[in-house]
Design a protein around this ligand. Structure first.
Ligand SMILES: [Zn+2]
Length: 320
């Protein structure tokens, strides 16, 4: 049984259809359900819950990280079209929860994902009619799966599979993330792809205090990088190229700013003038080895769909 589960899981995530990443999303969802359960038992899961997890995983990829999903020419997966339809195609600075507090169409998206995306992927974890992972209410007739009636749209996650997924969560999750990232690598040049996919919906940002101390110690001017105003005690550390793109804290990408500029800029991309300014800053403080990269990061970030920040907060162009 255990060997069967392992072999089948690995077979599903490494082989088969290559036109979307739904099977990875479903695999991740099942692993997380098992990992988070407190009592090992059979778990009944509604299609709504699966669709909601899909929304979260793909919302982060589309609206936050701008990871491209068009593996087939001139075509993108339905889930992305649905999200774009409601949320637009531009980068969204709000967090997932904040965004859906402001917009009341979350349930509409979930219903559309349920209707248009799940019926193909649910049977993927049940090749040859095996019920190793779960039972569902798709009735199989020859090659086609019938769509279950509204009230029967759920799966029953097997107790043994739940126990095995929970015990082996780390290993299976790593394997799945690696395959998912390998798949996305073909159409993306975004940095830290594996880390982004691993943490979909669970972003953990670390304290920037140590960088604040370093930046304060090397630059005594005590001015906001963007507007040039004198910094009071409320000094912010800002990611020049948005954190959502770089997905790391690197000294070459960090600047001191006033709270107003930091909050207004959020995860937008600064202007080209600011790019020249940070390159000079990095040159001065001997971070110059990264200047070739910062151009590339800036260009690719913009190409990925991150918006440029525009406001009255102009940079002061001075050779520092
Ligand atoms: Zn400022």
């Amino acid at each position: 049984m255990k060997q069967d589960l392992e072999q089948l899981f690995l077979h599903i995530i490494t082989k088969g259809k290559k036109d979307n990443t739904y099977k990875f999303a479903l695999g991740k969802f099942l692993l997380e359900i098992a990992f988070n359960c407190t009592i090992i038992k059979e778990i009944k899961i509604s299609y709504d819950d699966i669709a909601e997890a899909f929304l979260k995983y793909y919302w982060f990829q589309e609206c936050k990280y701008k990871i491209k999903q068009d593996f087939k020419q001139n075509s993108q997966p339905q889930v992305i079209s649905i999200i774009q339809n409601y949320c637009g195609t531009e980068y969204i600075a709000d967090s997932f929860d904040m965004y859906f507090q402001k917009h009341d169409f979350k349930n509409n998206i979930i219903q559309e994902i349920k209707q248009k995306c799940l019926y193909d992927v649910i049977p993927r974890f049940q090749p040859d009619e095996s019920n190793l992972f779960y039972k569902h209410h798709h009735e199989k007739s020859l090659k086609k799966y019938k769509i279950p009636k509204q009230e029967k749209r759920y799966i029953i996650f097997n107790e043994k599979a739940v126990a095995y997924f929970k015990t082996n969560y780390e290993l299976f999750h790593k394997a799945l993330i690696l395959e998912w990232a390998k798949f996305l690598e073909k159409t993306n040049f975004t940095p830290k792809l594996i880390a982004k996919i691993e943490n979909l919906g669970k972003t953990k940002r670390s304290s920037l205090l140590k960088y604040k101390k370093i930046l304060l110690s090397i630059d005594k001017s005590n001015k906001c990088f963007y507007c040039g105003s004198n910094l009071d005690n409320n000094i912010h550390v800002d990611h020049f190229i948005p954190w959502s793109y770089v997905y790391d804290d690197e000294i070459w990408n960090l600047v001191l700013s006033c709270s107003s500029c930091n909050l207004k800029k959020s995860d937008y991309l600064p202007s080209k003038d600011c790019l020249e300014k940070i390159k000079l800053r990095n040159f001065k403080y001997n971070f110059l080895q990264v200047n070739k990269d910062i151009d590339e990061y800036y260009h690719n970030c913009k190409k990925s769909g991150f918006l440029e920040y525009s406001s009255n907060c102009k940079p002061i162009i001075t050779v520092v």
